[in-house]
Design a protein around this ligand. Structure first.
Ligand SMILES: NC(=O)c1ccc[n+]([C@@H]2O[C@H](COP(=O)([O-])OP(=O)(O)OC[C@H]3O[C@@H](n4cnc5c(N)ncnc54)[C@H](O)[C@@H]3O)[C@@H](O)[C@H]2O)c1
Length: 284
């Protein structure tokens, strides 16, 4: 099945990046959010990110205009997905919200359309169960920032068909990404492996093994990580890290995923990382 028309639900951090790469690959994109203001901001962000590509000599002005010309926006979810081949949902990580949205998508999108979620940790099988087409529900887990990062983790729910998986794998490749197929387990592969490392770094900080800079430097220079785990946690958002650890802890029932008390303390203080100006590091 070829995917030409893509609706993206949610124009935040991830949604505007997904719309960006889809339009850049020549797809017809409809970006949907709850207000015209938010949509304007999302399109402005895409414009700024395209300007960055122009500065690096990877794009010219006419190409930028053509890409932006392929992105239509709207606030009516049902109307926006009515002729989509694929819908990619990128709304906040709340199960009730995702279930409600998938219920609407199922009623409004064409019968053959694939419904994908960009969730970081919620079960694709559970989201699929909110629809009458669980075979066509799948995870497309893009990484942040979407235009830059190579990976798309493709998550197969219990009922996801081979056809839907093949179509989404082919699309991710068309978008210039490298798709990797995984099965639906809490945290998939990316966050199941990454978050325990971040959590251990936070615990090492809490126990006074070393200060934040020393911990990050050991991991950067010693393990060849491009970024230390604490700086990475600040980038992801400490509330998001806590949220994912809670899913791992609850769903896998194993105390090795128990969130560090220091991580809880920072989130309770509103120290959420870069987005709040303060996390393990201070940001101007
Ligand atoms: N931020 C990351 O680093 C990252 C990485 C990978 C995956 N994810 C996942 O991607 C998803 C989105 O995360 P984000 O960081 O882009 O969030 P965000 O808060 O930046 O953006 C969410 C957007 O969804 C919109 N929205 C809320 N309710 C809506 C509705 N009913 N209809 C349409 N739009 C609605 C919001 O207005 C907002 O613009 C989450 O599931 C998250 O776990 C995030």
């Amino acid at each position: 099945m070829s995917i030409d028309k893509i609706a993206v639900v949610g124009g935040g951090t991830m949604g505007n990046g997904i719309a960006h790469v889809a339009a850049q690959a020549g797809k017809d994109v409809r970006l949907l959010d709850v207000s015209a203001d938010l949509l304007q901001k999302a399109v402005a962000t895409i414009g700024k990110n395209l300007d960055r590509q122009i500065k690096k000599g990877r794009l010219d002005e006419p190409a930028k205009e053509a890409i932006l010309g392929r992105i239509a926006t709207g606030t009516d979810l049902a109307a926006g997905v009515a002729d989509a081949d694929l819908v990619v949902e990128a709304v906040p990580e709340k199960i009730e919200l995702k279930n409600t949205i998938f219920h609407t998508l199922d009623a409004a999108a064409p019968a053959g359309a694939i419904l994908a979620s960009n969730t970081s940790s919620i079960s694709i099988t559970e989201i699929a169960a909110a629809t009458g087409r669980p075979g066509q529900v799948i995870g497309m887990h893009f990484m942040n920032p979407v235009p830059v990062m190579q990976l798309v983790e493709i998550i197969r729910g219990l009922a996801t068909t081979d056809e839907a998986t093949a179509a989404v794998v082919a699309l991710a490749t068309e978008l210039g990404k490298t798709p990797v197929e995984v099965n639906d387990f809490p945290g998939f592969v990316s966050n199941r492996v990454l978050l325990p490392m971040i959590n251990e770094a936070v615990t090492a900080l809490m126990e006074g093994v070393a200060d934040a800079e020393a911990i990050d430097t050991v991991m950067k220079l010693g393990m060849n990580h491009p970024m230390g785990p604490l700086a990475l946690a600040d980038l992801i958002g400490l509330d998001t890290c806590l949220n994912i650890l809670e899913v791992l802890h609850r769903e896998l029932g194993d105390d090795r995923y128990r969130p560090s008390p220091l991580l809880r303390k920072y989130v309770a203080a509103g120290w959420l990382g870069r987005k709040s100006g303060r996390g393990f590091y201070a940001y101007g």
